[in-house]
Design a protein around this ligand. Structure first.
Ligand SMILES: [Fe+2]
Length: 268
């Protein structure tokens, strides 16, 4: 994950810079694609989409908060990376967190590494946060317009995506702990690794607690002119969201996966 401060670049400059790292990919969520530059994905707070992105956390209405995830993880073909460029920033509000899952893997003990090397985990795409099994739901309430099904915001339906719990990074060869809280659902055939369903769920809860440790995290407070580039095959990210009415615009370009699929789509 790299941060470049004080960059005086426009949309075209962002696209040209991003292309240095691979072919750019469009996002399946059509409504957020910029009409002028289809390679740009606009992450906007304080705009038309706020009602869909607002939920309550301990009574506080919050716009655009997202749990730890990797982009396009639910497709089994996460994109290689992405570039974020601050267009409009909201002082102190709307941080982006990054978490290093290669360091998280290194931080496991020998027994955990052994079991993680034997299992596959399934991710189930779901619009309703209440239905995600491993996110922290304490104090959470959906907003009145929170989407309930993928078609509510123009998304297709996705079959479950399955990954080895430790993925070999295609470029660096490092082991990456393929555990993020968003959409995480279950261990596939846990009995093959000698686990009952309940033990498998306990293991996933422990692993989610592990990736939530602050020692693996960096939370970025945005400044005008900031450009961030990250490796989506290694880092998870999250957003803290903004208070209602706060204007914030970040433009994202997405560096495609090429031929690389880190996971597989579960058929039937
Ligand atoms: Fe994301």
């Amino acid at each position: 994950m790299l941060l470049f401060r004080d960059q005086d670049i426009d949309a075209k400059g962002q696209i040209a810079f991003s292309r240095l790292f691979g072919t750019l990919e469009r996002h399946p969520l059509e409504v957020t694609i910029s009409h002028e530059h289809p390679e740009l994905f606009t992450l906007e707070n304080g705009g038309d989409r706020d009602p869909f992105n607002t939920a309550y956390y301990h009574g506080q209405p919050t716009v655009g908060r997202l749990d730890w995830h990797m982009d396009l993880h639910y497709t089994a073909r996460p994109n290689h990376g992405a570039v974020l460029r601050a267009v409009t920033i909201a002082d102190e509000d709307g941080e982006t967190g990054f978490g290093d899952l290669a360091r998280a893997y290194e931080g496991l003990d020998a027994d955990q590494k052994s079991i993680v090397g034997k299992i596959e985990v399934a991710y189930r795409f779901n619009m309703q946060r209440l239905d995600m099994r491993f996110v922290d739901l304490e104090g959470y309430e959906p907003g009145p317009q929170s989407p309930k099904k993928p078609s509510d915001i123009g998304f297709p339906d996705f079959a479950d995506a399955v990954y080895p719990a430790a993925v070999m990074h295609p470029v660096t060869g490092m082991r990456v702990l393929e555990i993020v809280e968003q959409f995480l659902d279950r261990v596939i055939d846990p009995e093959r690794a000698g686990l009952s369903e309940a033990q498998a769920d306990d293991l996933l809860r422990d692993l989610v607690d592990h990736i939530r440790k602050p020692e693996f995290h960096y939370f970025h407070t945005w400044q005008s002119g900031d450009v961030v580039l990250w490796d989506n095959w290694r880092f998870m990210h999250c957003t803290t969201g903004t208070r209602p009415g706060v204007k914030r615009l970040i433009n994202r370009t997405t560096i495609g996966a090429g031929d690389v699929a880190l996971g597989r789509v579960l058929k039937g």
